[in-house]
Design a protein around this ligand. Structure first.
Ligand code: SF4
Length: 91
């Protein structure tokens, strides 16, 4: 027990990759957004309606779940959700 095999090491690397993608965030093209609320249904802790403007906005998070955001991107009928590099990210 506790010995890292190549397989378990590979799983660890995959898990680290998944949680380390903090240098990108989802954005919404508000000009194209129909405010259908689909992204909020898929990922309610990532997207929300802005009470003031009524537009959909992206919540400020330290980490955006890649699979969940990708699911919202696929679900969006207007194709107006996309990933951008965060300002703090570097090449
Ligand atoms: S799923 Fe797309 S069109 Fe619908 S509210 Fe979200 S960003 Fe707008």
């Amino acid at each position: 027990m506790g010995i890292m095999t190549p397989e378990s090491l590979s799983d660890s690397v995959k898990a680290a990759e998944k949680t380390s993608r903090i240098n990108r965030r989802p954005e919404i093209d508000l000009g194209a957004c129909s405010r259908c609320g689909g992204c909020i249904e898929v990922a309610p802790h990532v997207f929300r309606f802005c009470a003031g403007s009524g537009f959909v906005e992206v919540c400020e998070l330290d980490y955006y779940d890649t699979e969940l955001v990708d699911e919202a991107i696929k679900f969006c009928p207007e194709d107006c959700i996309y990933w951008v590099k965060d300002a703090g990210g570097s090449e």
